[in-house]
Design a protein around this ligand. Structure first.
Ligand code: UD1
Ligand code: MG
Length: 449
């Protein structure tokens, strides 16, 4: 039987943020979400989240997670006090309790599985994860013998100068025999530099206590300030890029690009420098993206080219090209073989196959039929100051340069719109529409004398 408890009640004073620390984002997911993911594959019987500082906000952010029990710690008197709050909800529970600090987000699932296996095989009262760090400052120091048996943990601030030189640190991840832990939790005392109840003090009370040293020390990076947050972001980004390079994606300048967990690439994609992927994206095989793109919750078919552009909640069909300097806003759907060129903004619009919008246009709330050619500077005037209206343009139609289509308006198939026209009325298929002042030429003109 396994229960997992995540400590997420602290304020995170050192972050200097109005956001609770465990809600800080890391590669698009909050710290606490990442911690929960790291233990997902253990399939625990119970999963308890200890919340306190801005508890409601933390609970709300996890509303989509099923099977979480929230336990409130009020006030927050330290990590030992946090785990004391489990005495009631876990009364009678006879299994193991895995305790995870909510601010240690880079743990791999396999590492936790390994910890649990070792804990169960040795029959220890507690097994904790440790790491050897070149710079151990800030972490609790773990004192252990050569057999891995731990005598105690001393917090950085409570260490003597000699103890501070010790480089084996506590990751803040523990596997406890719950009945044994429950028996010693009430004995914790706050006679330390912070005047808090430390969970780490239970280790000296529980014997045998063992530690398991992680191979990759980056896994146990704890986040207490913005510097550590950025260091963890770098580790995570490196992991994501390496994963996708192994899957057949070329990054021309990997460190200049950032990815999200939920971005998927096909084979032979080339990502040029300074490209950023956020949220949930799909990039088809053979695409070339960048330099300089931002893609958020968007989907590209195969062999799409995107240069210096921003795509949000947009879909682009195969063999299309976007940019340079285009913006595809939410609700943009391009079918296959579309071309969207420089200084073009598209929002909430569908473009059928082969549509070209090559220069200086705004297309909003519009449906453009197959093969439509939108002339340079064409604008859909979709907003009357109160409501938005749709523009519909039939297949094969062409708009001349600098046309304004005042919505609601429907142009049939194969319509030609003369350059500089402002159209306010529907146009039937096959017609030429002109909506501009006639040109006046005065040959007898004499300028001011
Ligand atoms: C803790 C460990 C330290 C370890 C380090 C690893 C203790 C006393 N020290 O120190 O040995 O090296 O983690 O990162 O445990 N929390 C609560 N309630 C509280 C206080 C904290 O839920 O009353 C939560 C926080 O939200 C956080 C976690 O516990 O997610 C750890 O707290 P934090 O203050 O960051 O402890 P550290 O000083 O990092
Ligand atoms: Mg911490």
């Amino acid at each position: 039987m396994l229960a997992v408890a995540v400590l997420a009640a602290g304020k995170g004073t050192r972050m200097k943020s109005s956001l609770p620390k465990v809600l800080q984002p890391l590669a698009g997911a909050t710290l606490v979400e990442r911690v929960l993911r790291s233990c997902g594959q253990l399939s625990p019987e119970r999963c308890l989240l200890i919340v306190g500082h801005q508890a409601e906000r933390v609970e709300r952010s996890l509303a989509h997670h099923s099977g979480l029990d929230f336990v409130v710690q009020q006030p927050q008197l330290g990590t030992g006090h946090a785990v004391q709050q489990l005495l009631e909800p876990l009364a009678g529970f006879a299994g193991d309790l895995l305790v995870l600090n909510g601010d240690v987000p880079l743990l791999r699932g396999e590492t936790l599985e390994h910890l649990l296996e070792q804990h169960r095989a040795s029959g220890a009262a507690v097994t904790l994860l440790s790491a050897r760090l070149a710079d151990p400052s800030g972490y609790g120091r773990v004192f252990a013998n050569d057999q891995g048996q731990v005598s105690g943990i001393v917090e950085h601030r409570d260490c003597s100068a000699e103890q501070r030189a010790h480089t084996l640190v506590n990751a803040g991840i523990y596997c406890f025999n719950w009945p044994k832990l429950a028996a010693v939790l009430p004995q914790l005392r706050s006679d330390n530099d912070q005047g808090e109840l430390y969970l780490t003090d239970t280790v000296a009370m529980l014997q045998p206590a063992m530690h398991l040293e992680v191979g990759d020390a980056a896994e146990i990076n704890g986040i207490n300030d913005r510097i550590q947050l950025s260091q963890c972001e770098a580790v995570l980004q490196e992991r994501l890029r390496r994963h996708w390079m192994a899957e057949g994606v070329t990054f021309i300048d990997p460190p200049s690009c950032t990815l999200s967990d939920d971005t998927r690439f096909g084979q032979d994609v080339v990502v040029e420098p300074q490209c950023h992927f956020r949220g949930s994206n799909v990039v088809g095989s053979g695409c070339r993206i960048g330099p300089g793109c931002l893609m958020e919750n968007s989907k590209l078919g195969d062999n799409v080219q995107v240069v210096h552009s921003v795509l949000r909640d947009a879909q682009v069909g195969a063999n299309s090209s976007v940019g340079p300097f285009a913006q595809l806003r939410p609700g943009t759907q391009l079918a296959a073989g579309c071309h969207v060129g420089n200084f073009v903004e598209i929002k909430n619009s569908t473009l059928a196959a082969g549509v070209k919008v090559n220069h200086l246009s705004y297309i909003g709330d519009a449906d453009l039929g197959a093969g439509v050619n939108v002339g340079a500077g064409t604008i859909t005037a979709n907003y009357d100051g109160v409501h938005k209206h749709r523009t519909v343009v039939g297949a094969g139609s062409k708009t001349g340069a600098n046309s304004v289509l005042v919505a609601p308006i429907t142009l049939g198939d194969n319509v030609t719109v003369g350059a500089g026209s402002t159209l306010t009325k529907d146009v039937p298929s096959g017609a030429l529409a002109l909506g501009r002042a006639r040109q006046l030429v005065r040959e007898d003109w004499r300028g001011p004398t």
